[in-house]
Design a protein around this ligand. Structure first.
Ligand SMILES: [Zn+2]
Length: 395
């Protein structure tokens, strides 16, 4: 039996999901909805705990009770699975094995005495995503946070604490977002150079980044996790793994804005976050220097080159050029109707770097925990969802 000291821990997660298009032009306004708070409690008896884990894995896979019963070849009925989930019945080992296989989780996942259990999900606003999709997202994030906290506990790391780089003040105008972006760069001593890896940067600053499957219309989300076992809340950003590198970088910067900027009645927070993202990735001074300090037209080749420098989408680039005044607004509008019309759905000359913007810290910590004998190789393999042989090979 694993140490149950953490069994009284509770986690509270509140999330903000943002919709797919974060370029901030035209109809791209983001209707964020808040997944208000869901609580994850423990203090449960083993039946309830096991049941909650079955529910979590099932939600994560997006299966209904009936679909899961089918996936285990009707070894058990949908009703029986429902009873397991509610802690009213315990599955036998054969059934548990079948569930584990069907849900793609190791058996240990179901029996582990985690300090996080999903108890309640309460949405403040409805959105275009379905309940099933939202539950799937929540369950996935929850699972990732749990695994991350487990390896940090093993290493006795409380993680790098996230410190707000600038004081919390509401942003009064879109232009003001540029200033905040500059202040954050200054606080993190980034200078004005392009940022090579946003994921690594944010993880260095104490945020947890997950690149996970999300519904296509969801670009990313931010979660706050408070746990009685930890002093500071855990802040996590999840981005859509099916989006290209350019988009993921913008999403990360956009979500970062949500963690920094306070809402104000004067201006749409989504537009502020998107403006911040552009300014953070393409700082005004650096961009002006690059384009020669003069308003003008840009040919395609030049734009593609600039896009590679800042590693942003072509749309985000031309919008930013217009924001700083390097590109005339009417030229921008014309481009969005003509040459750049397809860019929103099809990224021109995408960076396509598979190794780019991959969250690596969690993986690193797992390897380190094994190296320092603080975790067995088999447990690390389970956390990494990786075959043990593969882990051993790379040790
Ligand atoms: Zn947003």
């Amino acid at each position: 039996m694993r140490d149950r000291r953490h069994a009284a821990t509770s986690l509270l997660i509140s999330c903000t999901l943002s919709r797919g298009d974060i370029t901030g032009v035209g109809n791209a306004r983001l209707n964020v909805y808040k997944l208000s708070r869901y609580r994850l409690f423990v203090n449960m008896n083993p039946e309830t705990m096991l049941g909650e884990r079955i529910r979590l894995a099932r939600k994560k896979s997006g299966l209904s009770l009936r679909a899961l019963a089918e996936a285990v070849d009707h070894k058990v009925s949908a009703q029986a699975i429902g009873k397991y989930e509610n802690g009213k019945m315990m599955p036998g080992s054969e059934v548990l094995l079948a569930l584990s296989k069907a849900l793609g989780e190791p058996v240990d996942f179901f029996t582990s005495t985690s300090d996080a259990e999903l108890l309640k999900v309460d949405f403040r606003k409805r959105s275009t995503t379905s309940v099933k999709e939202r539950e799937q997202v929540e369950a996935t994030v929850l699972d990732r946070v749990e695994r991350y906290l487990e390896v940090e506990r093993a290493l006795e790391l409380n993680g790098v604490a996230w410190n707000r780089p600038v004081a919390a003040r509401p942003v009064m105008s879109l232009e003001h977002a540029d200033l905040v972006a500059d202040q954050v760069r200054k606080a993190w001593k980034l200078g004005t150079d392009p940022i090579l890896d946003m994921t690594e940067l944010l993880e260095e600053q104490g945020l947890k980044v997950f690149v996970i499957p999300l519904p296509d219309k969801v670009a990313g989300l931010t979660c706050q996790v408070t746990s009685s076992a930890r002093q500071a809340p855990v802040l996590a950003i999840a981005v859509n793994e099916s989006h290209n590198v350019e988009r993921r970088r913008l999403t990360l910067a956009h979500e970062l804005a949500h963690l920094i900027v306070e809402e104000s009645a004067d201006v749409d927070i989504e537009k502020v976050a998107t403006r911040f993202a552009g300014a953070f990735l393409m700082p005004t001074d650096h961009l002006w220097e690059r384009v020669g300090r003069q308003q003008r037209r840009f040919n395609r080749q030049e734009l593609m080159e600039l896009k590679r420098v800042y590693r942003v989408s072509a749309i985000a680039l031309i919008v930013r050029l217009a924001q700083i005044g390097a590109l005339d607004q009417s030229t921008l509008n014309y481009m969005l109707r003509s040459t750049a019309k397809t860019w929103r759905t099809q990224e021109p000359e995408s960076i396509e770097d598979e190794s780019a913007e991959r969250a690596r810290r969690f993986r690193r910590l797992c390897y380190r925990a094994v190296g320092e004998d603080r975790m067995s190789a088999s447990r690390a393999a389970e956390l990494l969802r990786m075959p043990l042989a593969e882990l051993r090979q790379s040790l």
